[in-house]
Design a protein around this ligand. Structure first.
Ligand SMILES: C[S@@+](CC[C@H](N)C(=O)[O-])C[C@H]1O[C@@H](n2cnc3c(N)ncnc32)[C@H](O)[C@@H]1O
Length: 536
């Protein structure tokens, strides 16, 4: 069963994932690059807006939970003595630095990932040169040096012009390990490059198909019965035999696949479009950065083509792919497209909301379980109490709004935005405010001021608690607004409660479906080549 979890992957793996239950793990954790990844949104006219929200902070600090994780690693029976020695050695020179915090939080998770991986499974850790050398040492200790398969270099961008006194850094590193010797593996091929085409397949037939001429003789020592004969007056040459028996030669001749040279030789006509390509190697330069029509604006989003290569090489249909740092869900999309089951985990509700929307845009009939995501009023109240910012993200996503946080910081009175157009293609915005705690009539008046300031005709408060009668009448006093050029009117300010949402009600709003970028629909591989009963 496909599963999407909101929460910390360490807790989720410990609570929900049994030993040896997944076949392939791809993880793309924050890289310890000491930056916060902001999402820059577009405004209602499609321009870069000044609003942005922090998707996640890529900074690791030595805090009490890190110290506790380090102690746990040192005392756990799941952790090998070699890993304990390595961690102690790291700590002796890294002390309690950010890098040590990062490696501690990664080590404790990698141990869990090794536990949940099946014996035939593989793990791909996506990182960059900031910490890849240390992560490889950890993986060598956890998976065993002999289970290291590749250090894949992915050229993620073409060039960086603004570097000083060093070379442009344009690659990421993907460390590939297996758990056991008999790991799932499908040999993949990549297309030949243009230079190879020109050098080796320089000839073209009448229809423009590129081909080359191959030798069809071999040294006599390699001859077996039936490979020494004369064909149409041609002989293989001194001390040589044909590589084909006479029946095959006849077949190739009839198919027009033999070329008779002026010098008395025969060659096989090999077409380029019939070749599989070259065996895929460990330097990947053919996968471009996320194309514009695939981008959801999520910082660090990876291209689906990259994940498809990993999924196809190291798993088969029906096997389970786990991405414990799933971001906007690229690995999930690749898994779904290729008929694998999947488990995705992310610690921010913003990412989870995005994955949900992406999946329903790309595969409208998709079925998956949502875990850790509020399913009742009590769940929502718990989220509001324990993680107010995550509650805001979740609440805003309920009506498909774009989360909002001013780049200048400070409370702007706006938690989200919705956009719509009127009949004359005029652009408008709706201000969304989330109230996870108490709120009063003065909050409604304050929102009215924000709407006037931002020239937003409509506003909506998403509230955990029921409004008082006074608040309802304060909101009602703001009256109705009619869509320019149309007949329909909408309440200027609506109060939409979390209970309303669970009761199946929805606010009365114009068509705001263009607010969040729509991911383009994808066809699953099995639907491209459907199996016909009786012909399988
Ligand atoms: C580099 S991004 C992954 C991007 C992803 N590969 C994609 O294509 O969209 C890392 C993600 O890890 C999430 N994350 C960070 N710490 C986490 C944790 N402890 N548990 C689960 N997710 C976490 C962040 O919220 C972020 O979305």
């Amino acid at each position: 069963m496909n599963q999407l979890y909101y929460g910390d992957n360490l807790e989720i793996m410990r609570k929900h994932l049994p030993d040896e239950s997944v076949d392939l793990i791809y993880l793309d954790p924050p890289f310890n690059s000491r930056r916060a990844y902001n999402i820059i949104f577009k405004d209602e006219k499609g321009k870069r807006a000044s609003s942005q929200i922090e998707a996640f902070e890529d900074t690791w600090r030595w805090t009490p939970p890190t110290a506790q994780a380090f102690d746990e690693l040192m005392s756990s029976s799941l952790v090998s003595p070699q890993l304990k020695t390595t961690m102690t050695a790291f700590k002796s020179f890294m002390k309690t630095s950010d890098l040590m915090a990062y490696l501690t939080m990664m080590a404790i998770r990698l141990v869990e990932l090794h536990r949940v991986l099946k014996e035939s499974g593989s793990l791909y850790l996506h990182c960059d040169p900031t910490a890849s050398h240390y992560l490889k040492i950890l993986l060598d200790q956890i998976f065993g040096q002999r289970n290291f398969r590749n250090e894949i270099i992915w050229k993620r961008t073409s060039s960086h012009g603004n570097v000083k006194r060093k070379f442009g850094a344009i690659h990421d590193t993907i460390l590939f390990y297996c758990k056991g010797k008999e790991s799932t593996w499908n040999q993949l091929f990549t297309p030949y490059d243009e230079g190879y085409h020109r050098t080796y397949y320089g000839r073209k037939d009448k229809s423009g198909r590129r081909y080359t001429l191959d030798n069809i003789t071999a040294p006599m020592q390699r001859a077996s019965k039936g490979q020494i004969y004369e064909w149409k007056g041609y002989k293989p040459g001194p001390s040589r035999c044909w590589i084909y028996a006479i029946e095959k030669m006849k077949e190739l001749d009839e198919a027009g696949r033999l070329h008779y040279t002026k010098t008395g030789g025969i060659r096989y006509i090999r077409y380029l479009d019939e070749m599989e390509g070259v065996k895929a190697q460990d330097i990947w330069t053919d996968i471009r950065p996320v194309p514009a029509n695939e981008s959801l604006g999520y910082p660090t989003q990876k291209p689906v083509a990259l994940l498809e290569r990993i999924v196809k090489a190291s798993s088969n249909e029906g096997l389970v792919v786990l991405d414990p740092f799933c971001g906007c869900g690229t690995a999930i999309v690749a898994a779904e497209r290729h008929g694998r089951s999947w488990i995705g985990i992310d610690i921010t509700y913003y990412a989870i909301g995005l994955v949900k929307k992406r999946l329903s845009d790309q595969f409208p009939d998709i079925v998956f379980d949502e875990l850790g995501i509020p399913k009742s009023f009590d769940d929502a109240a718990h989220l509001a109490r324990t993680k107010p910012f995550q509650f805001e993200s979740w609440a805003v996503s309920l009506i498909g709004a774009q989360p909002f946080k001013s780049s200048g910081g400070g409370d702007t009175g706006i938690d989200g935005l919705l956009f719509f157009k009127d009949y004359a293609e005029g652009h408008h915005r709706i201000i969304v405010e989330v109230k996870g705690g108490g709120y009063q009539p003065k909050d409604i008046r304050a929102l009215k001021q924000v709407m006037i300031r931002d020239e937003a005709p409509l506003g909506i408060i998403i509230a955990l608690k029921e409004p008082t009668k006074g608040m309802i009448s304060e909101a009602a006093d703001m009256g109705y607004w009619k869509l320019p050029g149309g007949k329909v009117s909408y309440p200027v300010l609506q109060i939409f409660t979390i209970q309303d949402y669970f009761d199946g009600k929805r606010p009365h709003l114009p068509d705001t479906s263009g607010t969040l970028k729509e991911a383009k629909r994808l066809i699953r591989e099995r639907d491209k080549h459907p199996k016909i009963p009786g012909l399988e």
